[in-house]
Design a binder for this molecule. Structure first.
Ligand code: CA
Length: 295
């Protein structure tokens, strides 16, 4: 199956990322990592509120109690958009100035998982961390190149995780009660004629939607068979992440990037950095929010 996406916000983000649908407000949170900003898009009015963050911001997740938890260059923060107030929580990599947080997502128990990467390229200096609801932080996976997409199955027994430069979606056994993971294995290895796997989400049938950096598309995969089930074509190469939203969770919001594209490339893909929407005939699931104390 092939589906089309339409640009719903010509945001020209440098590195648009991390879409998460807040069903309570009917709005989409997303970030521009390199643009150092948090965005709140209202699909009804078309308005996109921008909150300057003052450092690179990898991911945001809404809190059940209100506000957002943020994984940024310098660690975890709480952000209250109503007051534009920021509180630093912790920085597990304060000793590695060249690393920053990248993608992150909440698990079904409301813990926030987010991973890091080097801002200078190079080796596997990143890690995946778990921020628990008591705000304690645990390093869960080491030797990561570019920590990216995360998803959990509806039965709460499997976690999927992308380390971009490996080109793999890994699966782990996941313990809902403790947050432990074990038994890492390759679920999908993207073939060379695809882009690099970036952000990811899961639908109500347990299939994965993977954003392809450099691949001009989102692809849908069966993680049990590694079969590619279809794709959404985008008018830009650097497709970064996706999340289901809308009143019926049947709309797939897609982020993209302009970073690293030269003038000629930008002429070919003027909508790069935009926010896109597709309706692929499959529903997603409600995003999990952080269940620890806000503030
Ligand atoms: Ca990413």
């Amino acid at each position: 199956m092939n589906w089309k996406a339409e640009c719903i916000l010509d945001a020209k983000a440098t590195l648009g990322e991390g879409p998460v649908w807040d069903h309570r407000e009917g709005r989409l949170w997303w970030v521009d990592i390199v643009g150092e900003s948090i965005h709140r898009f209202d699909p009804v009015s078309g308005a996109d509120d921008v909150f300057d963050f003052g450092q690179q911001v990898g991911a945001v997740v809404p809190c059940e109690a209100g506000g957002l938890v943020v994984a940024a260059h310098h660690g975890f923060y709480y952000f209250d958009p109503a007051e534009n107030a920021l509180t630093a929580w912790s920085d597990p990599e304060s000793a590695i100035e060249t690393n920053r947080f990248n993608d992150g997502k909440c698990d079904p128990a409301g813990r926030f998982w987010a991973g890091t990467m080097s801002t200078e390229g190079g080796g596997a200096t990143g890690s995946l961390y778990r921020l628990d609801t008591d705000r304690s932080v645990t390093r869960m996976v080491e030797d990561i190149t570019v920590s990216n997409g995360l998803a959990w199955t509806a039965d709460r027994r499997t976690m999927y995780y992308i380390d971009t430069r490996t080109r793999c979606v890994f699966a782990f056994d996941y313990d809902f009660e403790s947050g432990a993971i074990e038994n890492r294995r390759v679920a999908i290895e993207l073939p060379e004629d695809h882009g690099s796997p970036d952000g990811m989400c899961i639908d109500s049938e347990g299939m994965l939607w993977v954003a392809e950096w450099g691949g001009w598309r989102i692809t849908r995969w069966n993680p049990d068979t590694a079969e590619n089930l279809g794709q959404i074509d985008l008018p830009c190469a650097r497709v970064t992440s996706c999340a289901f939203g809308g009143p019926n969770f049947d709309q797939l919001y897609i982020t993209s990037a302009r970073t690293g594209l030269d003038e000629e490339a930008l002429k070919e893909q003027p909508l790069a950095g935009g926010l896109f929407l597709a309706t692929p005939g499959v529903t997603g699931v409600k995003a999990d929010f952080y269940t620890g104390t806000a503030g």
